[in-house]
Write a protein that binds this ligand. Structure first.
Ligand code: IMP
Length: 186
């Protein structure tokens, strides 16, 4: 089975492909520009994007939206993560958390799948903490400042395989793959 992952992010694509290939599902990257709508929930963003893109593509499609939720900032930036990353970046987030003891944060991922008969959403979450400084040069986005629970290193210090043991995205794609293999195909 072949599914088209609409994203411009090669890191996301690699992470997701490695999960899907375990289940014999081939992911193809499709660089249609995903509209970055601003909405208060990741689910809303994903559903809106699916509805907009599927009629143009007409093949099984997957879209993902993710965000970083920081407790000490009332769960900001959440659905606004890409804008915050592009504007203030990791450094800006560290600055906002200067002298803040509560470092608890989580990443959430919402993966949306659509084909001729289904529209389904799958969610994944990883808890962790915001580091005190940037560490590592792998991955993307806020990886250098996020330490998942159960690890002593940031995502940016991990290879894709290791990040996938913890990540929000891996969990969401794992749910999608299991649904395809055990339910959708029946
Ligand atoms: P997007 O809208 O799903 O592309 O993600 C929003 C923003 O969240 C991105 O610009 C990244 O900065 C950040 N982000 C999402 N997932 C991850 C991840 O796995 N690691 C680091 N940053 C992430």
């Amino acid at each position: 089975m072949k599914i088209y992952f609409i994203t411009g992010n090669k890191h996301k694509f690699l992470e997701a492909s490695k999960i899907m290939e375990k289940y014999g599902i081939e992911l193809r990257m499709l660089e249609a520009s995903k509209v970055e709508i601003q909405a208060r929930s990741l689910r809303e963003i994903v559903l809106y994007s699916l509805a907009l893109l599927y009629p143009k593509i007409n093949k099984p499609v997957v879209i993902e939206d993710a965000g970083l939720f920081i407790r000490a900032l009332n769960w900001f930036p959440g659905p606004y993560s890409s804008y915050v990353y592009e504007t203030i970046g990791c450094r800006g987030v560290l600055k906002l958390l200067e002298n803040v003891k509560d470092r608890y944060a989580k990443f959430r991922s919402v993966v949306g799948f659509i084909n001729f008969k289904h529209v389904k959403l799958f969610e994944g979450e990883v808890e962790g903490m915001i580091a005190y400084r940037e560490l590592g040069n792998k991955g993307f986005g806020f990886d250098p400042i996020f330490i998942p629970k159960g690890s002593s290193t940031t995502f940016a210090q991990m290879d894709v395989e290791e990040k996938n043991k913890y990540s929000h995205r891996a969990k969401a794609f794992e749910k999608l793959a299991k649904w395809i293999v055990y339910e959708e195909m029946e």
